[in-house]
Design a protein around this ligand. Structure first.
Ligand code: 5GP
Length: 139
């Protein structure tokens, strides 16, 4: 498998070289809003430790990371008033991965509301408002 590239966009966000609308951060993980949300309240959760995807992440980091995914998913559902959530995680280009720093997508869901197509920039004000709703639920 290709080696981890420290110049990927999420590594730059972790280093503060690129902006992000953050909703949660601790010693293990950072959660921030997807700039092309496929659902209202679409959040990405990434580890601070470098890993390309599920194939090379340290199992201990993965265990800690999935606990953060659960925490943020519960807050995204509660804060957004959603009925459920889809969790997505892609591996390598063939698996749909575009950014090569492992990340979990949290997509709040409502009955009968389909996901939007990928690759469409979201409305900045709406994303910021959704971030505040999720942060409020995180307490
Ligand atoms: P994946 O690798 O899981 O297929 O997709 C990467 C995800 O990262 C996409 O949902 C895309 O919208 C999101 N994304 C790509 N570039 C940026 C960025 O610069 N900032 C943020 N917040 N999200 C991004």
């Amino acid at each position: 498998m290709t080696a981890y590239d420290p110049n990927n966009i999420f590594a730059k966000i972790l280093r503060g070289e690129m902006p992000a609308t953050k909703v949660y951060e601790d010693d293990v993980a950072l959660a921030f809003m997807d700039i092309m949300p496929r659902a209202d309240g679409h959040v990405l959760v990434i580890p601070k430790a470098p890993a390309r995807n599920l194939m090379d992440i340290d199992p201990g980091v993965l265990s800690a990371l999935i606990q953060r995914v659960q925490k943020v998913a519960k807050a995204a559902v509660a804060g957004m008033g959603a009925e459920g959530a889809s969790i997505q995680q892609f591996n390598e280009s063939a698996g749909g991965q575009i950014v090569f720093h492992i990340h979990f997508h949290i997509l709040p869901r409502w009955t009968g509301v389909p996901l939007r197509p990928p690759g469409q920039m979201g409305d900045k004000a709406a994303i910021a408002a959704h971030a505040e709703m999720i942060k409020a639920a995180l307490g």
